[in-house]
Design a protein around this ligand. Sequence first.
Ligand code: RB5
Length: 147
Amino acid sequence: MKIAIANDHAAVEYKNILANHLRSQGHEVINFGTDERASCDYPDYAKKVARAIQSKEVEAGVLICGTGIGMSISANRFKGVRASVCDNVLAAKMTRRHNNSNVLCMGARMIGVDLMLAISDAYFSTPFDEEEIADKHTRRINKIEEV
Ligand code: RB5
């Protein structure tokens, strides 16, 4: 899968670890994040990943800041982006299954590296519940897109 990843100053190390992990799994990863520890503004980086989703340059995105929350608030302003903050594996699976989430947001100050990798593994290995109960979930997602 082609994945855009970005981060602010709070998550440079986490971004590098996760980008390497995703590449080792065969994903193509484009880094839109900062590689500097100097303070910067997370909406600038959320925007880059959101635009890459909208243009279909990538299929999915990962955004990491201190909490994951600022990134998700920013990314969800962009039509077609369904960004989910996940701090546990079940949330990662469920947001893929029910929300067809396309951007995974995590907080480098909220979770450890091992949990970040486990969340990512769950997220990227779980498909949308398209065949079983797609009508229900697709109808709800379409209502989000109409807003
Ligand atoms: C940066 O200090 C911090 O505010 C940011 O990484 C993020 O947590 C915002 O939601």
